[in-house]
Design a protein around this ligand. Sequence first.
Ligand SMILES: *Cc1c(COP(=O)(O)O)cnc(C)c1O
Length: 424
Amino acid sequence: MPDDQQSIAGRTPFPAGGASWDDINAAMDEMVKDDVDWRGGRTPLFVFHATDAAYEVAELGFMKFFSQNALGGSRAFFGLKKMETDLVDFGLGLFNAPADGAGFVSTGGSESIILGVKGARNRARHRQPQTKPYNIVAAYTAHPAFHKAADLMDMEVRRAPAGADGRADVAAMEALIDEQTVMLVGSAPCFPHGVVDPIDELSELAVRRDIWLHVDACVGGYIIPFLQRAGRPVRTFDFIHPGVRSISADLHKFGFCPKPISTLFFRDADDLDRATLKFDEWPNGMFATPTLAGTRAGGAIAGSWAVINHLGLSGYTAVARKLGEMTDKYVAGIEAIDGLHMLAKPDAPIINFATNDFDIFSVAERLDEIGGWLPGLTQNPRGMHAMMSMFHEPVREQYLADLQTAVNQVRGDNKGSSDLEAVY
Ligand SMILES: *Cc1c(COP(=O)(O)O)cnc(C)c1O
């Protein structure tokens, strides 16, 4: 091999090597210098934060199992396997699963959803040979991961308009069901508006029409039970509703666990069995795993186990209470600004607000200019959006003051017109 670098115009060449950590660290600091100030509460999505102590425990737990691979849990890394089993047990209990419920740990909400869809598809095939493509019926507010799943498995997603309160319209969903419908989707809550769909009614529909109901609790699964314990009136969404056959819930969101980690639960262990790939026709013998990923970060499992043991019921309830109170204060502050109104009254720490008087995207643009607040936007209806974390508490007054300034500027500027587009 020649030691000169093969380089492609416009591409970063493969490094010669030998960089010290100090140099690497300095280069990394340089690379992030234009990043949004996420610790300073400037991002309306992407990062979560409970307490500094939980963050530290997450990092220590992660680093302790930095090299271990959860793929080898059953044969080599028994501690990791035990922690993984515990994470599943914790979730099954939290979501009121029956005794023969089952679940597993995945690398994220999208993977959990893809595998939930696979479970529903495999069950449908098990009951009757498939002749035509299957479909999934969801509300307009459901997460795009169902399309990822459908794209992979040659299925179709049919979206029904949501109701005026932002929740799934069960009658509109029922109208889209046909013989090939293998899954109904409810969200707890939906990402755009932070409201929980009427899972009781969806469950009734699912039972009556004999269709699998998946509850996408990716964002809310590990916070709603604690908001309820903190005394907030959030509707139920879990296996207590008999039509619910699977639930996706992300630990790396409001579970405050280190990325990448999510969980998927089935009412019936047979569904997990059918969703698991078991393969023996290759030299190395039986390979059986329910996940898309083979190798999985031991750190994420250990870090999560550490966070859950650290926070526990009391810690999560305390954080949920704080997040709920903070969200209430944001909502009150936003509603106090002339012209702004909430698009939904959130059940979870997710806010979505709009105006009939001026261009809301221009307000978002001004907020970025004034205080470096990364725009969080929704389209149809046009609004501003934020998923709250405890990073947003110290900056609440500042945000609301900047929001008022931005509104004043946009009003003064012919009500504004912005080229911003809503992007996730
Ligand atoms: C985040 C989210 C997902 C997808 O999860 P990833 O971890 O980003 O793959 C799915 N559904 C909802 C409601 C979400 O908020």
